[in-house]
Design a protein around this ligand. Structure first.
Ligand SMILES: Nc1ncnc2c1ncn2[C@@H]1O[C@H](COP(=O)(O)OP(=O)(O)OP(=O)(O)O)[C@@H](O)[C@H]1O
Ligand SMILES: [Mg+2]
Length: 249
């Protein structure tokens, strides 16, 4: 569990990013500890996805610094982010519908024989282990991703992240497209990842989902960090006020 003195595994300091005239992110600090759930909330366009894309190597910040285990690093792309132990489940899940579950789990890093042929047997064995570890229900490892439900797709995408030995997993709105029961499964999965010592960063617009899993929550408004709160020290009302700007209420 995070303590006040421990150094966060992943840190961002003074992160800023503009797209043309849009200042998507301005001078934002973030700490992500292992074994905690950090929620990021904010209105549409507040900069949440931009922040997570900077941490996962999709965007380079215009200003600011990223540190991993206290060391300043540059994260040029998502592959390098994974080398640093940072895996991301993006807002629009990148599953390939016409490929099966096992292939989607290991897309781009399929186990091979002699570095040439995909080792299908090993891939299925590895996939079976990943799916069993997550305790998720998929009809089979060989069913095409296009035939899965939203929750099952989300689980496969999360499985892909967990199978990369990630220390930090970032999820951009993992429950947005899901029904009540499927959301519950994904939230349970997040809590299990946390229990396994992984730091989970979750973006969500759903205050009940946030409050059922978070240890700390950070609120972005118009690209700026307007507050960080710990569980037990805040209420959904306060968070909503921070999101919309208390002055406008
Ligand atoms: N690739 C891009 N090109 C131009 N503008 C962008 C780009 N990505 C984000 N923006 C702009 O930056 C701002 C922040 O966007 P971002 O996607 O980070 O918001 P968000 O908090 O994730 O919103 P949502 O909750 O709707 O997903 C928005 O004004 C958006 O239009
Ligand atoms: Mg977003």
């Amino acid at each position: 569990m995070a303590t006040a003195t421990a150094t966060a595994y992943l840190q961002g300091r003074g992160l800023s990013k503009s797209f043309g005239h849009v200042r998507a992110l301005q001078d934002v600090d973030i700490d992500v500890f292992e074994g905690e759930v950090l929620a990021i909330v904010g209105d549409n366009g507040a900069g949440k996805s931009t922040l997570t894309k900077i941490l996962s190597g999709v965007y380079q910040p215009d200003k600011g610094e990223i540190r991993v285990e206290g060391r300043p690093v540059r994260i040029p792309n998502p592959r390098e982010a994974r080398e640093f132990g940072i895996a991301t489940v993006f807002q629009n899940l990148a599953l390939v519908d016409c490929r099966d579950v096992a292939t989607n789990l290991f897309l781009g890093r399929e186990p091979t024989r002699w570095g040439i042929f995909v080792d299908r047997r090993k891939m299925l064995a590895d996939a079976r282990r990943v799916i069993a570890d997550l305790r998720v229900n998929v009809p089979s490892l060989t069913v095409e991703a296009g035939q899965l439900s939203g929750g099952q797709r989300q689980s496969v995408a999360i499985g892909r992240a967990t199978s990369q030995q990630a220390r930090i997993i970032i999820m951009d709105e993992p429950t947005a497209a899901l029904g009540v029961r499927e959301s519950r499964k994904v939230l349970d999965l997040i809590l299990r990842l946390k229990a396994a010592g992984i730091g989970v960063v979750v973006i969500s617009h759903n205050m009940r989902h946030v409050f059922s899993i978070f240890d700390r929550v950070m609120v972005l408004r118009h690209g700026r960090l307007v507050g960080v709160r710990r569980k037990g020290e805040t209420t959904p009302d306060e968070i909503v006020r921070l999101i919309v700007g208390a002055d406008t209420l």
